[in-house]
Structure formats: C-alpha cells, structure tokens
Write a protein that binds this ligand. Structure first.
Ligand SMILES: [Zn+2]
Length: 419
C-alpha cells in the first residue's frame, strides 16, 4: 500500500513537471546552430513582430537581437477548414517592450499573439483559419525568425487587399512613386511590345543601409554600385519598353530580404529583377552570372547564397532543407527562361567592350530574396567586386549603363519570346 502511494506521488510530481499540452501537441523541434538551449549565453529579446499577406502565403517575421533556438508545436490544424493553433516557443528569449499582438484575418491566419510564456521562453501563438503548411527558419543581420504559412485562402480579394494594406508602421515604405500615376507614366505605345503580358517590373538593388554587400579591394561597396545600375535600369525599362517600374529601394536604405518579394507580390509585379555584384574568396574569379531559385548544386553557390542572404553556410543548409516547400508557387521554368535571356544579353553587351569578360552562365541557388516571389524572378551578378579589374569597371558610369542596358535587352528578349 505504502509503495503504491509512493508511485502515485511520483506520477503526480511528474505530471506537474511535464505538463500535458506538450505531450498532446504534434511537436516539432528545431534547434539551430548547434547550441543547446541550456548553453550559457545572454538571452535574446524579441523586438518586433511583422506580417505580410500575399496571395499564396502569409509571412511573419520575428525580429530579435540575436539568434535563438525554437520549438514549433501544432494543435489541431489537420483538417482543412477547421481552425487550429500553432505555437512557437523561442528559448532563452525575453519579450521586448512594445511588441503587440497582431490581427491578420487574411483567410489563412486570424492573428498572431505573443507573450512571455515562461521566465525565459517567449511564446508566439498563431490562430489559424485554413493552413496546409508552416515553415520556420532563421535569417541574420538583423537576427530574425521567419514563419511562412501556406494554405487555401477562401477570403475574397477585397478583404485580402485590405489586410495587405495594413502594414506595420515601422515598415520601410517601398518606393511606389513610379507605380501610382500609371496612366500618365505610360510611354509611347510604339515602344511597348504589342499585347505583352508583362506590364510591371520590380527592380531590386541588393543590400543597402547598414548592409554594404560585397566590398571591393579599393573599398567600392556593392550597395552603391547596384543602386546606380538599378536606377539606370528603371529609366530604361520605362523609356524603352514602356513598363511600370517599382523599386524596392531607390536610396541607401536597408530593406530586409523578406520584404523585397513581399513588395513585388503586393504591387502584382510581372517580373522581379534583383541586381547584385559578386564576390569570391578567390580574387581572380571574374565574370557575369545569373541565378534563379533552386537548391545549390555546388559548395561555391552555397557560399555565395550565404553571402547574399547575409547569413552563414549553416543557415543556408537549413533553408535548403525546406526549400522545395517554400518554392510551391515559384515560377521555375519562367524564371530559368528569364535568367537565360538576361544572362545572354548582359554578357553580349559587356563583351562588346571588354572582350575578355567571362560568361559564367545561368545557375541555381537558394537565394532567400527570391523565396516567395509569385512572378518570374532572378538575381543578376553583374561582375565580381572582389576582382580588382572588375571593381574598377563597376566604378565607371559607363559600365553601370552597360549593365543596365544588358539587363534591359534580356527583359526585351524575354517579352518578345512570350508572344
Ligand atoms: Zn549582393
């Protein structure tokens, strides 16, 4: 009798120590960067929670002041159409002041709530409406955790657009001035390829603000060069092809990668062009290459993706592991086709003046800036900033113009080929 009583007490203590909900929940655990949640390091602070509603997915970004480990738990989202709940526990994290619950109501999520669940655990609860899939992965500079939710949206478009327009206050406002007076901005119809499906293009100069991107041997910064090329490209796309152009940035500001595709989706862009300058540990590496989104086939590409994603090789492999799910709506074939046209035209343009320029071809890589884009989207590496000779070319206005013209010609060929 005494012994049974003892066992009963033990069970009671165990149930208090390990509460049932974690056992009942469908539990997924992700511990990132090999650090256990018990390792001694300062705790992180969750500073901001933002969201974007896109036609095919909803994205939530949790901004932190350092990397965290996390655990994802799902409760009752198995049946489509039935509301459920997902919660993500951020280990060793404190809730920052001013982080508020958000109402989403876009057909996939009702909203996101946040709270200090335990002394050192912040819990983010997503009230789901109709979701099929959820992916959580880390990004750096600043440290953040991205939650992408996909599902079947039954909400009518008008309600969706309303929720899209409710963007967090602190969000950097995309440069939409080119897109507003659409009627006035239409260029001479003679120059627009007849009955084109392509009307609006997003030009995305990489990096910006506190993120210089690659830096050349003499100190030239990628963010400055690609902005110059991007602005020239904007003018050409408008003048030569009569397209509406939206810039993700037209000044020296930092815009997180996840926001860049969100801008493109929000303005219903037909193409997304991310403009970059390359860098490699081997300083003699040179040439032009164009990427579309897919798994990296070589270690070199994975390294470049880590650089362009502003993250570690380890985080790139976390991204690679879930990339196929994130690519559900990526226009793979169209993007490969666009990459091909742009690569050919850009190389041809530059070779006319620099006969030695290398054509490194079209490649695939896990570039986060392309994740979530619902239109054909590519990343162009216009030259190697890490190569002294190409750095000096990139510095010249004439090269920047040449690069913009090359990309323009690629877009033109792509549009013509669609007919
Ligand atoms: Zn870059």
């Amino acid at each position: 009798m005494n012994r049974y009583f003892h066992i009963l007490i033990c069970l009671l203590i165990a149930s208090l120590l390990f509460p049932l909900p974690t056992l009942a929940a469908k539990k997924k655990k992700a511990v990132f960067s090999g650090q256990s949640s018990n390792s001694i390091r300062p705790s992180a602070t969750l500073n901001e929670m933002k969201h974007w509603s896109n036609p095919d997915y909803t994205r939530i970004s949790l901004e932190l002041d350092r990397d965290v480990t996390w655990e994802t738990h799902e409760l009752g989202r198995g049946n489509i159409g039935k509301p459920g709940r997902v919660y993500i526990d951020l280990n060793r994290t404190r809730l920052g002041k001013g982080v508020r619950d958000i109402t989403i109501g876009d057909g996939l999520l009702k909203g996101a709530r946040v709270g200090q669940y335990r002394n050192d655990v912040v819990r983010v609860v997503l009230d789901t409406e109709n979701i099929k899939d959820i992916k959580v992965f880390p990004l750096s500079e600043p440290a953040r955790l991205i939650i992408d939710v996909r599902g079947e949206r039954r909400t009518e478009i008008s309600r969706l657009e309303e929720s899209i327009s409710i963007m967090p206050e602190k969000l950097v406002v995309p440069v939409l001035e080119d897109q507003l007076p659409v009627v006035e901005k239409k260029a001479k119809p003679s120059k627009r390829p007849a009955i084109s499906k392509i009307r609006r293009v997003v030009v995305d100069p990489g990096h910006g603000g506190h993120d210089p991107g690659a830096v050349g041997p003499s100190g030239l910064q990628e963010k400055d060069v690609v902005l110059a090329i991007g602005l020239k490209l904007r003018a050409l796309l408008k003048e030569e092809l009569g397209l509406d152009v939206v810039m993700t940035r037209s000044t020296d500001v930092f815009i997180p990668l996840e926001e860049r595709t969100a801008i493109a989706n929000k303005v219903n862009a037909d193409l997304f062009l991310s403009v970059h300058a390359n860098a490699a540990p081997n300083r003699s590496a040179s040439g032009i290459e164009t990427y579309y989104l897919n798994l990296a086939k070589t270690e070199k590409v994975a390294q470049l993706a880590a650089k362009e994603n502003g993250t570690s090789l380890e985080k790139v492999s976390v991204l690679q592991a879930i990339l196929f799910d994130l690519m559900a709506n990526y226009k793979l074939n169209d993007s490969a086709h666009l990459a091909d046209e742009v690569q050919k035209s850009l190389h041809k343009k530059v070779r006319a003046r620099y006969s030695d320029v290398k054509n490194l071809g079209v490649k695939q890589g896990p570039f986060y800036v392309l994740v979530g884009a619902t239109m054909p989207s590519i990343l162009v590496e216009t030259a190697f900033l890490s190569n002294a000779q190409e750095e000096s070319r990139l510095k010249e206005t004439s090269y920047q113009e040449m690069a913009a013209e090359g990309i323009l010609e690629g877009v033109r060929s792509y549009i013509v080929s669609l007919k």
